[in-house]
Ligand binder design. Structure first.
Ligand SMILES: Nc1ncnc2c1ncn2[C@@H]1O[C@H](COP(=O)(O)OP(=O)(O)O)[C@@H](O)[C@H]1O
Ligand SMILES: [Mg+2]
Length: 394
């Protein structure tokens, strides 16, 4: 019997479109002999849709057509089955799923939100758990963990929007102390949205106010100079981690913009799903010496373990090309294209990567369910406070 995999993607996030591309690629590479694939698309209005046609990237060009052909669905636990069911007048069972592969990016989805929903349903799912996913999205909290473990990060300050409005001067003073250039970011967005590279204090306020429009928490980091950006994908769980070869990513501005990452500067969404994630200019393997390469790989595995991540995660690094000092930038717990191109460059075809991710998730689900999470004693049955249920149950 084939394993029924529900692929969840889309959602209310600034990376909605990128998620569609990543999910279509993944659906095309799941081994059809082993898996039955069910696309589950969460539209921007939070409605869930299912339909075979959702495997085709062209369906997403026109939402009205998509709505007409796809079924509205819900996923819930029906007596222990993970039921995908259509809504409306005729409620039909689409399938009882075995596992979910979430291919969502960014806030409100990748940050533990979708994982929390899946935990409530009780369905096994691929990738990191709720806590790991949330930590991977908060650029401040993750840094607090990294510094407690002596993992290398850039100097930074952070503050809430309310603190900024209460005492702008004090906040600006704190930021100035870092020394310019700095990078101002919303603490928990993604895809470079709301991020500004600031060369001098005169542009700082504007950059902070831009970041505040996206998040209540803002982080200001010292910019790494002679910047070389390298990424490493890690596959595994808390027991075992494998590191991929490194990619070196090139930007057209001082930092990688949304344009660089997804549009190749031309404003075009790539529709050929077999071509890799995006049009970022990348070199694989990264042009780092062997020592630095190994250091990056080791740190990537340490980050993966420190946050108790699972499945595949791309860990991004900032390297000072002159001093060769490396800094952890951020983990991406559900990376664009699931970073399959890094595994292909490490002799692991995409199909095999997906296979290993699913196998790991099933193993972990079984392990977790061997732990004791509930007691069979019913404390409430012995509770004698108040008047009990007398007169309340008729
Ligand atoms: N401290 C830094 N020094 C230099 N460049 C940085 C720094 N932090 C981020 N950048 C640049 O900004 C880009 C986006 O920042 P990042 O923290 O990765 O945000 P996102 O979550 O949006 O991807 C990075 O890919 C890099 O080009
Ligand atoms: Mg990034």
């Amino acid at each position: 019997m084939k394993i029924k995999v529900g692929v969840i993607f889309g959602g209310t996030t600034v990376e909605h479109e990128v998620s569609i591309i990543s999910a279509v690629q993944a659906m095309n590479h799941l081994n059809k002999e082993k898996y039955d694939v069910y696309p589950i698309y969460i539209a921007k209005d939070r409605t869930w849709y299912y339909g075979e046609m959702l495997k085709d990237i062209d369906m997403y060009r026109d939402f009205d057509t998509l709505k007409r052909y796809a079924k509205k669905v819900i996923l819930y636990n029906k007596n222990g089955a993970f039921r995908l069911q259509s809504l409306g007048l005729f409620k039909t069972v689409v399938a009882d799923l075995d596992i979910i592969l979430p291919v969502v990016h960014g806030n409100n989805m990748e940050d533990g939100t979708i994982q929390g929903y899946l935990e409530m349903v009780g369905v096994p799912y691929v990738g990191s758990n709720v806590l790991g996913s949330s930590l991977g999205q908060d650029k401040v909290v993750m840094k607090q963990i990294f510094s407690s473990l002596d993992l290398p990060i850039v100097p930074y300050v952070w503050f809430f929007d309310s603190e900024y409005y209460l005492d702008k001067e004090a906040i600006i003073k704190k930021c100035n102390k870092l020394g310019f250039p700095v990078i101002v970011k919303p603490a928990s967005l993604g895809s470079s949205v709301g991020i500004t590279y600031v060369k001098s204090d005169k542009d700082l306020e504007k950059a902070i106010e831009e970041a505040i429009t996206y998040d209540t928490k803002v982080i200001v980091e010292k910019a790494v100079e002679n910047l070389v950006e390298v990424n490493c994908s890690v596959l595994g769980n808390y027991q075992n981690q494998q590191a991929s070869n490194l990619e070196e990513v090139m930007s057209t501005a001082e930092f990688l913009t949304y344009q660089d990452k997804y549009l190749g500067g031309k404003g075009k969404i790539p529709t050929n799903s077999s071509k890799g994630m995006v049009n970022t200019n990348r070199i694989i393997p990264a042009r780092l010496d062997e020592k630095t390469t190994n250091e990056v790989k080791e740190k990537a595995k340490e980050v993966f373990k420190a946050l108790n991540l699972s499945g595949v995660c791309r860990i991004d690094f900032l390297v000072d090309g002159k001093s060769k000092k490396i800094y952890i930038n951020e983990p991406n717990t559900i990376p664009g294209s699931l970073s399959f191109y890094l595994w292909e460059a490490t002799n692991k075809p995409y199909e095999q990567l997906l296979d290993e991710m699913i196998t790991l998730a099933i193993k972990q689900y079984k392990q977790k369910h061997q732990k004791t999470y509930s007691f069979d004693t019913n404390i409430l049955s012995n509770f004698s406070g108040g008047k009990g249920l007398k007169g309340k149950l008729k």
